[in-house]
Design a protein around this ligand. Structure first.
Ligand code: ADP
Length: 419
């Protein structure tokens, strides 16, 4: 105890000084004796302090003393021992974390707040060909793919990035933590992408292959259309005509979809007037349905940067759907500028779409009412085309619909694509 050590310290000084005093008294020199005693006690204290100094510099053992210095040294030894045990525990834990990160199939790179690499695992080394001494380097010096650099600088990491580097297709997700530090998770999706490309190619090939026989069939059907055909055959011919037109529609939509899917993400768009495009489409579709009137609301003179053919397809599909499924009321095409960009909407007063279908209607071949809609003649691919084409314009489709009231399909072309 500290109390005991203090008392022992005082006792030692008192005993030595007392002995000095007694020795002084025996020769009639009490003051000298007392001073001598104090000097001896001071020498002992300096020797103990010296052994503490040497121990502190790791040049000897801890002072073996039962006074204050010895007590303090014992406490320090204990504290050092506890600290070492704690450090060891933390080091073991840290090692376990690193082993866990190391064993991941996905690449992990941890960045400091300035974007310099703090640490990374073996999978990241394999995927990005990093070297051990790359720690400390800025991430943009090591991943130079333009898509990555743009993504990193933009600072919006809500969606993962897909990019190709050498022979690999990678998906990269950034999560921020602590003080603007970042952890990057990198997944090798080369195989997944290969299978996806195979699927896309298959669809593209099949659609192209179907085109020629369909053209031949349509040609013959057209030939019959002017002829005088007996009644039972005329009914069959009518059915053949309508189905073959439908099939042509499906094949054309499939071809359009595969073109959209395989379009390079490195394409640069062009500026075009959205107002003019809307008017062209409205003029074309005005007579599509007798009882519905098409109206453009808002006179935005803006130009947007993108792909006019794809935007034409987006608007045609949305307006045709509004005319097909939107009952007899008017269809309103809205154009509205805001800080966010340009909002384009297509609104109808039709029967609307039940909530359980809304999330699914952009899937390929998904239709709300198969029997009713096969009569209307859709392929079920229109909204899948819209979704893809909007993706190329950094926009996404928003569907607001109330059953019995109508539906509004809208999207926002972001401000950086509008002038
Ligand atoms: P399709 O080519 O068959 O029209 P889409 O992908 O364009 O296919 O649309 C998918 C389904 O979404 C349609 O079959 C229809 O049920 C529903 N739908 C699309 N637009 C509307 C709308 N304006 N009102 C009601 N239902 C709609």
């Amino acid at each position: 105890m500290r109390q005991g050590a203090f008392q022992r310290e005082v006792l030692r000084i008192s005993v030595i000084s007392g002995l000095g005093l007694a020795a002084g008294l025996s020769v009639q020199e009490p003051v000298l004796g007392l001073l001598g005693g104090l000097a001896v006690s001071q020498v002992i204290s300096v020797r103990i302090a010296n052994s503490l100094y040497r121990w502190a510099h790791r040049k000897g053992d801890a002072p073996q003393d039962n006074g204050l210095v010895g007590y303090s040294a014992d406490r320090l030894v204990l504290r050092e021992k506890n600290l070492k045990a704690r450090l060891l525990k933390q080091a073991t834990q840290l090692q376990r974390y690193s082993q866990g990160i190391e064993s991941l199939q996905d690449g992990v790179i941890i960045l400091d707040q300035d974007g310099h690499i703090t640490t990374f695992n073996g999978a990241a080394v394999r995927m990005l060909r990093l070297r051990k001494d790359d720690a400390g380097q800025h991430i943009k010096n090591l991943i130079r793919a333009p898509q990555f650099v743009r993504f990193f600088d933009k600072g919006d990491y809500s969606e993962p990035l897909q990019f190709d580097i050498r022979m690999l297709s990678l998906q990269l997700q950034i999560t921020e933590f602590g003080l603007e530090q970042k952890v990057m998770l990198i997944r090798d999706i080369t195989e997944k992408k290969r299978v996806e490309t195979m699927r896309q190619n298959f669809f593209a090939d099949v659609s192209h292959e179907l085109r020629t026989p369909l053209t031949v069939i349509n040609g013959y059907l057209e030939m019959f259309s002017g002829m005088d055909i007996p009644a039972p055959l005329a009914r069959a011919l009518e059915q053949m005509n309508s189905q073959s037109t439908r099939m042509t529609g499906i094949v054309n939509d499939l071809i359009e979809l595969s073109k959209l899917e395989s379009a390079s993400s490195e394409r640069t768009g062009e500026w075009f007037s959205i107002n003019t495009l809307c008017h062209e489409i409205v003029d074309q579709l005005q007579s599509y349905r007798e009882n519905s009137h098409l109206r453009i609301k808002g006179n935005v003179k803006a130009e947007i940067n993108g792909f006019p053919q794809e935007m034409r397809s987006v608007l045609s599909n949305l307006i045709t759907n509004a005319l097909k499924y939107g009952g007899d009321g008017d269809v309103i095409i809205g154009l509205e500028s805001s800080l966010k960009g340009l909002t384009i909407s297509v609104k109808d007063n039709g029967p609307g779409i039940a909530p359980e279908h809304i999330n699914r209607i952009t899937e390929r071949f998904y239709r709300v009412d198969e029997s009713r809609e096969s009569e209307v003649g859709g392929s079920g691919l229109g909204l899948a085309i819209v979704k893809h084409a909007l993706d190329h314009h950094d926009a996404s489709l928003q569907i607001d619909s109330t059953e019995g009231v109508g539906s509004t399909f809208s999207f926002v072309i972001p401000a950086f694509r509008v002038r």
